[in-house]
Design a protein around this ligand. Structure first.
Ligand code: KIV
Ligand code: ZN
Length: 508
């Protein structure tokens, strides 16, 4: 029997720290349900002290999730740990995850603490957490740039204080595989107490080595890997869950490890994260990118037609990529719609189902074939996006080569209807300027992109915008058969995310 590797998913915590990715409670809950379906061992649901929203999200996830462990992050302060426990204690399998930096760089410039102080804090924190919860993880932030003697000393002491998992993060994605493998082996050899606990790694991707480092760590004794769907996360992101899992599975002959992940749910999970965060998946992204299983050259196509093994090391079906995603049309009824939603992993309460179905009917009037992607858009836009400060009620845009582009927009702002008109250099510019006037917001547009969700001229346009306000960036998305309406929806979605972000109290 091959050894089992625990998959610790931190999409909802480290993933949410991706520039632009912000999720509300309903969105996080939906993702957590999907992660449970994917069968991840541990879901890191958030950092409860960081905001009221994070606290509520962790609590809601803890109450809902039954099969996966639910982890909440905390610094070593007593009030952080208490807050984490207050949120996660409802879980069937709760975990408190404590971290403090151990590198001299972090100690000198960020924490302004001595090594002795850090050690004392870490031990005190783990002891306190253990008095609340029997499942406690300790992370030595910036472990890969820490003095190895100090790192091992900290790990020994926190294990004696009750830590059940010790985590070695490559916080800044600095390590290269050979040295990271050596580090894991050294910790295992020198920290005798580590035999009794799970050794974990958490790799960032600044040098594009997050997955390679995770795999080499497993080969050297790590039995838990921390990762995110689509590899989203702080800066260049975290090691990607789907890449680690499929590498272990595809190269089981060489590596000899397995996970409990059900790969057939990978694709749907990846799509859900992308839709909710607004972070588009690059087409050549391994496993889940649009081109991951596309064969372009004639020689490759010929080979695959003769025998898939020639150029395919795994099948698209194994990661849940559907053969065709055309699903429904104008004549499809509620029952077919509900069944399709179920296949896509959405089980909606009756009232939400009704709302989604009526949106579907409206879309089917404009568009002959409704694809899975269209249905996902409806669910994310109409159901998961909770009522926000700003809502689009009406938009009319006049544009052409001999008129000054003009937008008339009506919006609901905190429950009050406001209408304005404005000009711009083009229809999108006029729309955004008018929305800005109505909402009295000051954000700067950093990026604007349009994509067709599916093929054909009647396809829905999906617009992604990136806005910045006072150093905070957010990504907004909107879809519609009319790209100007999609643009307005994306812009308003981003403005609402900025409002949501303003509620956050502490960052990391
Ligand atoms: O990258 C990091 O060090 C972290 C820790 C909190 C585990 O995210
Ligand atoms: Zn991290």
């Amino acid at each position: 029997m091959s050894e089992q590797i625990k998959i610790f998913d931190t999409t909802l915590r480290d993933g949410e720290q991706s520039p632009g990715a912000t999720m509300n409670v309903a969105e996080k809950l939906r993702i957590a349900e999907q992660l449970e379906q994917l069968n991840v061992d541990i879901i890191e649901a958030g950092f409860p002290i960081s905001s009221e929203g994070d606290f509520e999200a962790v609590k809601a996830i803890a109450k809902k999730i039954k099969r996966s462990q639910v982890a909440a992050l905390a610094r070593t302060d007593r009030k952080d740990i208490k807050r984490a426990w207050e949120a996660v204690k409802y879980a069937k399998l709760p975990r408190i995850h404590i971290f403090i930096a151990t590198s001299d760089i972090h100690l000198a410039y960020k924490l302004r603490m001595t090594r002795e102080q850090v050690l004392k804090d870490a031990v005190r924190a783990v002891r306190y957490a253990r008095s609340l919860c029997k499942n406690v993880e300790f992370s030595a932030e910036d472990a890969t740039r820490s003095d190895i003697n100090f790192l091992c000393r900290v790990f020994s002491e926190v294990i004696l204080a009750g830590a059940t998992t010790i985590n070695i993060p490559d916080t800044v994605g600095y390590a290269v595989p050979s040295e990271f493998g050596d580090l894991i082996r050294t910790v295992r050899q020198r920290v005798k107490e580590s035999e009794k606990v799970t050794l974990s790694v958490h790799c960032h991707n600044d040098l594009g080595l997050g997955v390679a480092n995770s795999i080499v760590a497993i080969q050297n004794g790590a039995r838990q890997v921390e990762c995110t769907i689509n590899g989203i996360g702080e800066r260049a992101g975290n090691a990607s869950l789907e890449e680690i899992v499929m590498a272990l599975r595809t190269r089981k002959d060489l590596l000899g490890f397995q996970t409990r992940i059900l790969p057939r749910h990978i694709f749907a999970t990846s799509r859900l994260i992308s839709k909710i965060t607004g972070m588009v998946i690059q087409p050549n992204k391994a496993i889940v990118g649009a081109n991951a299983f596309a064969h372009q050259s004639g020689i490759h196509q010929d080979g695959v037609l003769k025998e898939k093994l020639t150029y395919e090391i795994m099948t698209p079906e194994s990661v849940g990529i559907p053969k065709s995603s055309i699903v429904l049309g104008k004549l499809s009824g509620r029952h077919a719609f509900r069944e399709r939603l179920k296949d896509l992993g959405y089980r909606l309460p009756e009232a939400d189902l009704q709302r989604a179905f009526s949106q579907f009917k409206q879309l089917a009037d404009k568009k002959r074939e409704i694809f899975d992607e269209d249905i996902e858009s409806i669910v994310v836009e109409e159901i998961l996006r909770m009522p926000h400060r700003f809502k689009l009620i009406y938009i009319n845009v006049v544009a052409g080569n001999i008129t000054v582009p003009t937008a008339t927009v009506q919006m609901d702002v905190d429950g009050k209807l406001i209408q304005e008109a404005g000009f711009g250099d083009g229809p999108v510019d006029a729309t955004f300027k008018t929305i800005k006037k109505i909402t009295r917001t000051k954000s700067k547009l950093l990026q604007f992109a349009i994509n067709a969700i599916t093929s054909g001229t009647e396809a829905q346009g999906e617009v992604t915008v990136r806005l910045e306000e006072k150093g905070q960036t957010v990504i907004g998305q909107g879809a519609d058969t009319d790209v100007i309406v999609a643009s307005a929806k994306a812009y308003i979605n981003a403005l609402n995310k900025i409002e949501f972000k303003k509620q956050k109290l502490v960052g990391m």
